[in-house]
Design a binder for this molecule. Structure first.
Ligand SMILES: Nc1ncnc2c1ncn2[C@@H]1O[C@H](COP(=O)(O)OP(=O)(O)OP(=O)(O)O)[C@@H](O)[C@H]1O
Ligand SMILES: [Mg+2]
Length: 263
C-alpha cells in the first residue's frame, strides 16, 4: 500500500507519518518512509538513533550520484541529460533502517511534472515512481506541502492520500486547495485526518469544514508529541494512547481504500 501524507505547513504531517509507519510495522508490514521535506525531520519523529540519521544523506544532495546517473551536473538547467536514469539500486543503498522502518530522504528538489527540469529532479522523479510502482511494501510519503511535486506517474500509483487538518479554517482551506490539485492529477482516494484535536467541537469543525472528503480518524493533541521530540524518541513509543490511535488509523485507511478500490 502506498500512502501520501499532505496538508498545510505545521499541521502534523510528519507526526502522523511516523505514527503510521510504526503502526504498520506492528501489523506485520515492511515499511519504507520517504521524507520529501527539504528540511527533513521524519527520522527524528520516528525516533531513529542519531548514528543512523548521521549516515543519511538526501538523494538530491548526492552530486556524484546524480552526475553518474544522468550525465549532467546537478544545478544545470537545459542541456542534455538522461530523463530516465537507473534508480532501482538506490533505495537499499541510501536508506537507513530502524525497527522495521526504512527511511529515505529526497532533499530539496521539486518533483512535479511542471516543476524544475534539472538532473536532480530527473533522479528523484524516477526514484519515487520506482518506489511507488515496484516495491511490495507499505510506502509512506511525507510531502511537505500540497501535491504539486507529485507528477502524474507517481500520483497514479498512490493508493490513498491523507490530507492532515487541524481544527482551523485555514488548514481546512488548504485541504480544499489540495483536493482540487489532487483531482487534477486524478488522485481518487483522498481522506482527511484530523490532527491536534481536543474536543467534540474540534471534530465537528473539521467534519463541517471538510471539502467533501471523508474524515478517517483523529489524532488528539497530545503532550507526548513534544515530549518525544525533546527526548529524541518516537511519540509512538512514549504514548500508549497515540499508539492505539495510530493502529486504528492504519486499519481505517486500509478498510476505506479497499472499499473504494472494490466499489
Ligand atoms: N498530535 C499532536 N499533539 C501535539 N503536538 C503536535 C501533534 N502533532 C504535531 N504536533 C506539533 O506540531 C508541530 C508540527 O508537527 P509536524 O512537524 O508533525 O507537522 P508538519 O505538518 O510535518 O510540519 P511541516 O509542514 O513543517 O513539515 C510540532 O511542534 C509537533 O510537535
Ligand atoms: Mg513535516
Amino acid at each position: 500500500m502506498k500512502i501520501a501524507v499532505t496538508g498545510k505547513g505545521g499541521v502534523g504531517k510528519t507526526t502522523l507519518t511516523a505514527l503510521l509507519a510504526r503502526a504498520f510495522v506492528d501489523q506485520g508490514y515492511r515499511v519504507l518512509a520517504i521524507d520529501a521535506d527539504p528540511s527533513p525531520c521524519l527520522g527524528q519523529a520516528l525516533g531513529f538513533p542519531a548514528e543512523a540519521l548521521a549516515r543519511l544523506e538526501p538523494i538530491a544532495r548526492m552530486e556524484a550520484l546524480i552526475y553518474e546517473r544522468t550525465g549532467a551536473q546537478p544545478g544545470t538547467i537545459g542541456g542534455y541529460f538522461k530523463l530516465n536514469p537507473r534508480v532501482d539500486d538506490l533505495p537499499d543503498q541510501f536508506s537507513v533502517e530502524d525497527r522495521g522502518v526504512r527511511l529515505l530522504e529526497l532533499g530539496a528538489v521539486e518533483m512535479g511534472g511542471a516543476g524544475c527540469i534539472c538532473p536532480e529532479s530527473a533522479v528523484l522523479r524516477a526514484l519515487v515512481t520506482h518506489l511507488l510502482l515496484r516495491r511490495d511494501e507499505v510506502v509512506l510519503l511525507d510531502l511537505y506541502a500540497g501535491v504539486e511535486h507529485l507528477g502524474r506517474a507517481t500520483a497514479d500509483s498512490v493508493d490513498a492520500m491523507l490530507i492532515v487538518v487541524e481544527p482551523t479554517r485555514r488548514s481546512l482551506g488548504t485541504a480544499a486547495q489540495i483536493k482540487a490539485l489532487a483531482l487534477d492529477l486524478k488522485l481518487p482516494r483522498l481522506f482527511l485526518v484530523g490532527s491536534k484535536v481536543q474536543t467534540d467541537d474540534d471534530r465537528r469543525l473539521i467534519e463541517a469544514g471538510s471539502p467533501g472528503l471523508p474524515v478517517i480518524g483523529y489524532l488528539p493533541l497530545d503532550e507526548a508529541v513534544r515530549q518525544a521530540d525533546l527526548e529524541g524518541v518516537a511519540a509512538y513509543d512514549l504514548s500508549p494512547s497515540l499508539r492505539e490511535v495510530a493502529t486504528e488509523l492504519v486499519l481505517s485507511v486500509q478498510r476505506k481504500t479497499t472499499e473504494l478500490l472494490s466499489a
